[in-house]
Design a protein around this ligand. Structure first.
Ligand SMILES: Cc1ncc(C[n+]2csc(CCOP(=O)(O)OP(=O)(O)O)c2C)c(N)n1
Ligand SMILES: [Mg+2]
Length: 456
């Protein structure tokens, strides 16, 4: 199927289908015939004049739903006309599949250990592997990514290791993201051009438009990079979504908006988040090139994001991709989704439209993968995940002083200096005397001594 990026393509068509008659409605101060042709239209638009009263409520010509772009069918075979990107050769395809397989193995372990009380929090990626890896593979590794919280696969594609991921999840002294200052899943890595995740939903969306604007102003990165913002269909109900879209389309800035429409915002189903045709329908409202893609088809996601990125950078403005997928897991470890959706629905989705199974069939049909390799990969990744988990679990928490460091850029504000001194004083007074603090301090590298007796 041809990849078609729409930008309000019905804008003129359904209206033009009516009998049209152009008149000048622009207030004139002189004879109408002296106005140039474009002034024969409504002020500020090229809209033709019609005499039939007609409302519209769709961005397609015939009022149908926005189509979904696909390359592979649900059995992993290319559909008629489906184009396999040239650069997806055996080694690239295997790399993509291996990255996809890694995610549920990490998820299984982390979900279970959280349940055993070893971790504060975790969010799984089940069902969204193709959206994450297909998009990550289509970007340049130095495009700026602003994620929501379910995009670990994108960061790992760029070289963030299992050890990094585990250390960050435990917030231990090797945590490369925030040294324990952030919640688990709130990754960030300057090295990998992946901005720190924030908990308040959708704040990353206008921030991405701003990051993209800065890219456009930078002579070294203008025309080379874009900012990519991932968000859920639930987050798209926030005002910040609209602010970001408007910013990127009017100022404008090369922002690639990637909506992961996984059907749920915690317990609220997608159809209660919007009344229109999903998130894609909003793109043309902001004058943005838009495409809806099958988010469980890794090759379709790859093609769509690659083309979206090209358009975004070539035109220096926002582009919207809506990836249709399904959140197979619970929202997070704080959720039990069977309280609001039938277990059978999840089982059916896993069986009928499984992104991993689809891509594996594709690989096997080409002789690029085998059952033996699959078993070996899964066993190897499982061992690695467990090994890195055990190492990270055994490491102490960061030195207490680190709580105050790397919070703001530039010079340390006086308020942090005061707070650090106050904490040092309190630790000195109660650190050895009060049992809860005594126990807690022992978990930290240096047991808080560096604050109690700071070096001058
Ligand atoms: C401003 C704000 N409101 C509410 C929340 C609580 N909250 C966290 S995640 C979430 C659902 C988000 O759903 P969606 O954007 O679809 O992402 P998904 O979890 O499906 O990936 C909500 C309501 C929040 N973090 N921030
Ligand atoms: Mg969602």
């Amino acid at each position: 199927m041809m990849l078609r990026v729409a930008n309000a393509y019905h804008k003129t068509q359904s209206i033009l289908a009516c009998r049209t008659r152009c008149v000048s409605s622009t207030p004139t101060s002189g004879p109408a015939k002296s106005f140039p042709k474009e002034h024969e239209l409504l002020p500020s638009s090229q809209s033709p004049i019609i005499s039939t009263l007609k409302f519209f409520n769709s961005v397609t010509v015939d009022g149908s739903q926005i189509p979904t772009y696909r390359v592979l069918d649900s059995a992993g075979q290319p559909i008629e006309g489906g184009s396999i990107p040239e650069e997806i050769d055996e080694s690239m395809a295997r790399r993509m599949y291996e990255n996809m397989v890694q995610l549920p193995i990490i998820d299984n372990l982390m979900y279970n250990v959280q349940r055993q009380g070893k971790l504060a929090f975790y969010m799984t990626h089940y069902g969204e592997e193709a959206t994450l890896i297909g998009s990550a593979a289509a970007l340049a590794n130095d495009d700026e990514v602003l994620g929501q919280y379910r995009e670990l696969g994108v960061l790992m594609w760029r070289g963030f290791t299992l050890a990094d991921m585990m250390n960050s999840s435990f917030g231990n002294c090797e945590d490369p993201c925030s040294r324990g200052k952030q919640m688990p899943m709130h990754f960030g890595s300057r090295k990998h051009h992946f901005h720190m995740i924030s908990s308040p939903l959708a704040t990353q969306i206008p921030q991405a438009a701003g990051v993209a604007f800065a890219l456009r102003r930078d002579p070294h990165r203008r025309g080379k990079n874009c900012a990519v913002v991932y968000f859920g269909e639930g987050a798209a109900s926030e005002g910040d979504f609209h602010a970001g879209m408007l910013f990127a389309s009017t100022l404008p800035s090369p922002t690639l908006f990637l909506a992961r429409n996984n059907g749920f915002a915690i317990s609220t189903p997608a159809n209660e988040q919007y009344y229109g045709d999903g998130i894609a329908a909003r793109g043309p409202g902001y004058g943005m090139h838009t495409v809806r893609v099958d988010g469980n088809d890794v090759l379709a996601v790859y093609n769509a994001v690659k083309e979206a990125r090209r358009l975004c950078i070539a035109e220096g403005r926002g582009v919207l991709v809506e990836a249709m997928t399904y959140r197979v897991g619970h929202h997070s470890t704080s959720d039990d989704s069977f309280a609001y959706r039938p277990r059978q629905e999840v089982e059916d989705r896993k069986r009928l439209d499984n992104p991993l199974a689809r891509f594996r069939s594709f690989l096997e049909a080409r002789g690029w993968w085998s059952a033996e390799e699959d078993d070996a990969l899964k066993a190897r990744v499982k061992d690695e995940v467990l090994r890195e988990f055990r190492k990270a679990e055994a490491l102490p928490k960061p030195e207490v002083r680190e709580l105050f460091e790397q919070v703001y850029g530039g010079e340390e504000p006086w308020i942090l200096k005061e707070q650090r001194e106050e904490l040092g004083m309190l630790l000195k007074k109660y650190g050895d005397a009060w049992e809860p603090w005594k126990t807690e301090l022992k978990k930290h590298k240096g047991a808080g001594k560096e604050l109690m007796d700071p070096k001058p």
